[in-house]
Design a protein around this ligand. Structure first.
Ligand SMILES: [Fe+2]
Ligand SMILES: [Fe+2]
Length: 166
């Protein structure tokens, strides 16, 4: 914990840590959901979607790292056990039990949209009271916005292909 770094936070630090731990749970669940989805996925355009999902999974793991680093800077403790992920998550977990490409894409688009809402809300909550958390959340939000667009564009291509065949 950096004492001055913590002192400049103009709001309840425990509240920031709580919000960060919730986002931390989301990132791990998203990482697992996308990574597993990339393995089990089946159907048309599967290779293109797999490549995107693997990239997104790597990004979510990097986000989990960024968030946990910030929690530690603030003197908090990142969730120490996966059993807490489900208690803390904002976005939950969609089991990729149905491996069809469009189903996986829909689940992951929903997860990205939830992540966008979570980081947007975090930025609004901390504002300039905690500029370091704000800056980190903006960086992650940029990735999540890009992820949503990547997946929606694949979903549109897939839909166009399936519609033409029908
Ligand atoms: Fe993320
Ligand atoms: Fe994402």
């Amino acid at each position: 914990m950096g004492t001055k770094g913590r002192e400049i936070v103009g709001m309840d630090v425990d509240q920031v840590v709580e919000l960060l731990n919730k986002a931390f749970a989301d990132e791990w669940l998203a990482y697992y959901q996308y990574r597993l989805g990339a393995k089990v996925i089946a159907g048309p355009m599967k290779d293109a979607v797999t490549a995107e999902l693997m990239q997104h999974a790597a990004d979510e793991l990097r986000h989990a790292d960024m968030v946990s680093n910030r929690i530690i800077q603030l003197g908090g403790t990142p969730l120490t056990t996966p059993s807490k992920w489900f208690d803390m998550t904002n976005c939950g977990y969609d089991d990729p039990a149905d491996p069809f490409v469009s189903k996986i894409l829909e689940q992951n688009i929903k997860a990205e949209q939830c992540a966008i809402s979570v980081y947007h809300a975090l930025i609004e909550t901390v504002g300039m009271k905690d500029p370091v958390t704000n800056n980190m959340a903006v960086q992650i939000l940029q990735d999540e916005v890009e992820h949503e667009e990547d997946l929606q564009s694949l979903h549109e291509d897939l839909k166009m292909m399936l519609d033409r065949r029908a």
